[in-house]
Design a protein around this ligand. Structure first.
Ligand SMILES: NC(=O)c1ccc[n+]([C@@H]2O[C@H](COP(=O)([O-])OP(=O)(O)OC[C@H]3O[C@@H](n4cnc5c(N)ncnc54)[C@H](O)[C@@H]3O)[C@@H](O)[C@H]2O)c1
Length: 317
């Protein structure tokens, strides 16, 4: 199968390409950059098209020329960066999905997977959050993702495109997201190992739902491969558990007691994280396509720390 991965060099994309290549898919990456966030042998087997998602002709050409069967649309500006660069985020996130959907229509793409977010929901909502709760996001990032989902469902209803979206919580990884307000869930481990200290830009009790990277990648494959007749909706939530900076401090100190943790809440990012739901209703993903997390907090922390220590030791040598 020919798969187009927009934003395929980023945190999630450079990891998602690995199982796709391993199972025999031909992966074409469409990204602004030229180096993957996570290097791999599998990356070297992908075709890289350096391009801008705001350039519609370039996206259409990639889809048609490469005879793409499925698209994973990951290219975007993330939450914290979007607040600082609003025009850029609006253009890339809005034009990016519009152009990619249009390219999918023209190229008769069979399946379209969109990487959405819990930031589509607004603040003050009950927990666990019902999946059909109103979506009135607080952040510009969330606004662009709601619009992306609505546009994808429009393409499904109007043109029959098999559009599917996952609303991810904060994805924890050994080297995690860079531009998102939820980056502390990964950053704390890296900084603890590298520098022996970490300052949270949130309160100790700011709560956020998380999922571990391996489970997030698994969910992309599950939703992509699910038979269409199993789907009861087009957008799904997934979630493993909620976590606070205070809980992460406990987990980190249990493994590295010397680490110094401090708190210095930054108002914009604190308000953003506070506005997100603490726990999501993801039973539809569990029932329709077998979503199930395999990492709890301890297993996740052990794997993140072990991976980072190995990586940092090998770069020291
Ligand atoms: N990481 C998370 O915790 C998380 C949570 C929820 C949703 N998501 C969504 O998942 C997707 C991937 O997230 P990520 O953490 O890998 O982000 P990332 O920033 O690491 O990757 C995004 C990629 O998109 C590319 N890109 C940006 N603008 C582009 C443009 N104009 N043209 C082509 N490529 C462009 C970047 O170069 C980068 O490689 C995003 O859509 C994000 O909104 C991520």
């Amino acid at each position: 199968m020919n798969i187009l991965l927009t934003g395929g060099l980023g945190n999630l994309g450079s990891r998602l390409l690995i199982p796709l290549v391993r199972r025999g898919d031909r992966v074409v990456i469409f990204d602004l950059q030229d180096k993957p966030f996570i290097p791999s042998d599998e990356f070297n087997q992908c075709k890289l098209i350096r391009g801008d998602l705001t350039d519609r002709e370039a996206v259409i050409e990639a889809v048609k020329k490469e005879q793409i069967d499925s698209i994973f649309h990951l290219g975007a500006i993330l939450s914290a960066q979007a607040e600082n660069e609003r025009d850029k985020a609006w253009t890339i996130n809005m034009e990016g999905i519009r152009n990619t959907l249009e390219a999918a229509r023209l190229g008769e793409v069979k399946r379209f997977i969109f990487s959405s977010t819990l930031a589509t929901y607004g603040g003050g909502l009950p927990s666990p959050l019902d999946i059909d709760s109103p979506m009135w996001p607080v952040s510009l990032y969330g606004v662009t993702k709601v619009a992306g989902e609505l546009l994808g469902v429009y393409y499904h209803n109007r043109f029959g495109l098999d559009f599917r979206a996952i609303r991810f919580p904060s994805v924890v990884a050994p080297r995690g997201m860079v531009g998102g307000a939820g980056r502390f869930t990964s950053e704390v481990f890296l900084e603890a190992i590298k520098t022996g200290s970490y300052e949270f830009y949130l309160r100790p009790d700011s709560s956020i739902p998380i999922v571990y990277i391996a489970d997030a990648i698994k969910s992309f494959l599950l939703i992509h491969d699910a038979p269409e007749q199993n789907l009861t909706r087009r957008s799904y939530n997934i979630h493993a558990r909620g976590v606070t900076p205070a809980e992460l401090e406990t987990v980190v100190k249990a493994r590295m007691p010397h680490v110094k943790i401090t708190y210095n809440p930054e108002p914009v990012q604190t308000a953003m994280v506070d506005s997100w739901p603490h726990s999501l209703d993801d039973r539809h993903a569990r029932e329709d396509w077998g979503w199930q997390e395999t990492y709890d907090l301890d297993r996740m922390a052990d794997e993140v720390i072990e991976t980072l220590k190995k990586e940092l030791n090998s770069t020291d040598e």
